[in-house]
Write a protein that binds this ligand. Structure first.
Ligand code: ATP
Ligand code: MG
Length: 557
């Protein structure tokens, strides 16, 4: 069998981007038998939709080419990392539909190995202990145009360096006394190669290794070596690591590592009206600008899930946004469109009224009520139908009535006839007002011959409206989410907190058809003519609006 025939084909949806082609090429050429990738989050916050792109790439490649993808926690900074984040990350990756099997790893599992490799560098004269302060190190690093200045401690002997490094590990020095640096080139055009810091002293409790360590490797010293230990073939990361690649390779070149991974970069996902930076998201949570990491206004996976966004819609969005090397910003309207498209097929329809206006059907008997047949999903006949109660008193949307309608308004107004979905034609006879002159009730009549929503005489109406029976309706709190920011490029003028939208959350007391009282938490449903909504786990009956039926960004831009 030739090498070509052994290569599993990528799924059609995934092919056509440079990363899939790269992996495919490496399999075809025989460089690798099967790809090993990894998703390496730092457990210092919840995952966001940008991470979903990295997850899709790494797990997607493993899936499509029958390789494997590791979940590796990059837990080298004990000060910011928490078990809550480790748990949420695992939950979110699973929710997206991916599975690491037995391949769950922690950079902290390699601390002993990494320490040994640090001694190896020292022994070969490739690393030294620097007693300069952090400020001095940074001042002596030079600039993009000027070379750096060599540390006065750079020529310490191997023995002295080994002795100091061992004493660092033993805890003899307080935080900040000294660091381990690679001895590379203070004049390098790449600042990452100007004797980068590899280890620092940090007397801090680590969620996994406890108090075993008081020195911790930094990202660069942990990442490539962890990839190598795990026999990762393709180390795929976002573009900000491009300048770190020479250091990644330098370390692999100078250490007795078991395998040679190769780093390739792709562009981060950026979306209008959205901040994808853990630092800022942490700030929004800490300063209570939102109600937590899983607030449905947050771009976190936990927030999107709570809002009712189905994982397949999110993956579809990531695929359509594309995988490339060039940075770009994707329109949030495209995300909403993907969610709508998925839910249009999947979501069951119900009726709910967000801004209720009472309607009394004067010729409908007071004691009577009936159950009418309603279609659950016109896009999916197998979803069947349900019964909706109808009675003399109903609620319709306030917006569906106008006392003095302009020409193009075809919904209810005095004297007009409209269809109540699944029910009857009704005609408005009178608008009852309160002392302030506001319409508080409509007196209407219905035509009993139009049951089901069609007139036997063939007469037409121009509008079909949703409604709920007042006697049967259940009350619910509906949380309407608007964009979290007032501008498409939040933070462009500094702190994104200044761009937060004060109207990002609207609370509405809604009247819903009774079947919604038993809706499942987390199941996204359509409220006809209004949008998609998802029951929240909060006590009582609470729904989050996932997305409206139409694009609302177009007019805010
Ligand atoms: P943030 O910038 O939000 O703090 P991060 O890069 O510090 O994120 P990590 O936990 O280090 O967060 O990220 C894990 C992986 O996710 C990294 O490989 C990173 O490249 C990738 N990633 C993070 N943000 C994005 C994004 N917006 N688009 C694509 N990949 C991303
Ligand atoms: Mg990072």
């Amino acid at each position: 069998m030739s090498a070509e025939t052994e290569v599993p084909a990528a799924t059609p949806a995934a092919t056509g981007n440079f990363l899939w082609s790269l992996v495919e090429g490496d399999l075809v050429s025989g460089k690798h038998k099967s790809p090993v990738t990894r998703f390496p989050p730092e457990p210092n916050g919840y995952l966001h939709i940008g991470h979903a792109k990295a997850i899709y790439i790494n797990f997607g490649i493993a899936q499509d080419f029958k390789g494997r993808c590791h979940l590796r926690f990059d837990d080298t900074n004990p000060v910011k990392e928490e078990q809550e984040f480790i748990d949420s990350i695992q939950r979110d990756v699973r929710w997206l539909g991916f599975d690491w099997g037995t391949h769950l790893y922690y950079a902290s599992d390699y601390f002993e190995k990494l320490y040994g490799w640090a001694e190896h560098l020292i022994s070969n004269g490739h690393a030294y202990i620097d007693d300069q302060t952090a400020e001095e190190i940074s001042a002596n690093r030079g600039t993009l145009t000027a070379p750096g200045k060599e540390s006065p401690f750079r020529s310490r002997s191997v023995d002295e360096n080994l002795d100091l490094f061992r004493r660092m590990r033993k805890g003899e020095f307080p935080n900040g006394t000294c660091v381990l640096r690679a001895r590379i080139d203070m004049a390098s055009g790449n600042i990452n190669l100007r004797d980068p810091v590899l280890y620092r002293i940090l007397h801090a409790h680590h969620p996994r290794t406890g108090d075993a360590w008081c020195i911790y490797p930094n990202y660069d010293f942990a990442h490539g070596q962890s990839d190598s230990i795990e026999h990762v073939t393709h180390s795929l990361c976002s573009l900000e690591f491009e300048d770190h690649k020479p250091l990644y390779n330098w370390l692999l070149d100078h250490l007795p590592v078991p395998s040679r991974p190769e780093q390739t970069e792709f562009a981060r996902l950026n979306i209008t009206y959205t901040i994808l930076s853990k630092r800022h998201l942490t700030q929004f949570v800490r300063d209570k600008h939102v109600r937590g990491w899983d607030d449905p206004r947050m771009p976190t996976l936990a927030g999107l899930r709570r809002r009712g966004v189905p994982a397949p819609a999110l993956i579809d969005f990531i695929k359509r946004a594309g995988v490339a090397r060039a940075n770009s910003v994707v329109d949030i309207a495209m995300f909403d469109a993907c969610v709508r498209e998925y839910l249009n097929k999947a979501a069951s329809r119900y009726m709910g009224v967000l801004k209720p206006l009472k309607v009394v059907i004067e010729n409908y008997p007071e004691v009577q009520s009936e159950e009418l047949d309603a279609v659950n999903n016109p896009e999916d006949p197998s979803a069947g139908s349900r019964k909706v109660p109808f009675g003399r008193e109903l609620y319709i949307e306030q917006d569906d009535f106008m006392e003095n309608p302009p020409k193009k308004f075809f919904r209810l107004s005095p004297g007009t006839e409209v269809r109540l979905r699944y029910a009857y034609f009704i005609t408005c006879r009178e608008a009852v007002k309160n002392a302030a002159g506001e319409v508080v009730e409509l007196r209407c009549t219905y035509d009993p011959a139009t049951k089901g929503g069609n007139a036997p005489d063939g007469r037409k109406v121009k509008a079909t409206m949703h409604w709920v029976s007042a006697a049967h309706a259940v009350n619910a709190e509906v949380r309407i989410y608007n964009p979290l920011f007032t501008r498409p490029d939040p933070g462009a003028d500094g702190d994104p907190v200044q761009d937060l939208n004060p109207a990002s959350l609207e609370l509405v007391e809604a009247k819903l058809e009774p079947a919604l009282a038993t809706a499942n938490v987390g199941e996204t449903l359509q409220f006809e003519r209004l949008g998609y909504f998802c029951r929240d786990a909060d006590p009582g009956l609470v729904f989050n609006r996932t997305v409206g039926l139409r694009d609302t960004y177009a007019k805010t831009q």
